[in-house]
Design a protein around this ligand. Structure first.
Ligand code: FES
Ligand code: FES
Length: 152
C-alpha cells in the first residue's frame, strides 16, 4: 500500500492505495463518486473521463498513485450550491442526453475544453469530444449544447 494525497472537487484526501489500483476505482469504489462511468476499461470510450490539473484524462488508464498532489474534477464537481453547471443546463435544454452513460465523460471533456478555450469553434468542440463515444448517436445535440454553453 502507498499513502497518497490529492484533491477531488476541492476536497483534500489522504488515502492508502494499492499500487495497481486505477484512478477510476479510487473514485468509484473508495470515494463513492460513481458519476464517472466505466465503459471499455481500455481508453477507447471516454466514459471514465475526469479532469486532472486542467486536462481531460481517461481515469481507466491512470493509476491512483499517479494523482499524488494533483487536483481532480469529476462530474460531481460540476455546478455549485445545487445549481447545475452551464454545460449540464445546456445538455438538458438541447436533449443531449439519451441513455446518459456517456454523459459524465462528455461533460468533463467539454468542461476541460471550455476551461482552456471559452469560445471554441465547432471543429474544436468536435475534436475535444472525439475520444468520447455515444452509442445513442446524440453527437449533434451534444455539440449544439457545448456551443450554446460557450455563449454563456
Ligand atoms: S472506460 Fe475509460 S476510456 Fe472507456
Ligand atoms: S446518451 Fe447513451 S451513450 Fe450517449
Amino acid at each position: 500500500m502507498m499513502l497518497i494525497q490529492f484533491k477531488v472537487n476541492g476536497k483534500s484526501y489522504s488515502i492508502d492505495v494499492c499500487p495497481t489500483m486505477r484512478l477510476l476505482d479510487l473514485l468509484r469504489d473508495e470515494l463513492g463518486l460513481t458519476g464517472t462511468k466505466e465503459g471499455c476499461a481500455e481508453g477507447e470510450c471516454g466514459a471514465c473521463t475526469v479532469i486532472i490539473d486542467g486536462e481531460a484524462v481517461n481515469s481507466c488508464l491512470v493509476l491512483a498513485s499517479q494523482v499524488r498532489g494533483k487536483e481532480i474534477i469529476t462530474v460531481e464537481g460540476l455546478g455549485e450550491d445545487g445549481k447545475l453547471d452551464i454545460l449540464q443546463q445546456k445538455f438538458l435544454e438541447h436533449s443531449a442526453v439519451e441513455c446518459g452513460f456517456c454523459t459524465p465523460g462528455m461533460l468533463m471533456s467539454a468542461k476541460a475544453l471550455l476551461m482552456k478555450n471559452p469560445h471554441p469553434t465547432e471543429e474544436e468542440i468536435r475534436l475535444a469530444i472525439a475520444g468520447n463515444l455515444c452509442r445513442c448517436s446524440g453527437y449533434s445535440q451534444i455539440v449544439a449544447a457545448v456551443k450554446d454553453a460557450a455563449k454563456g
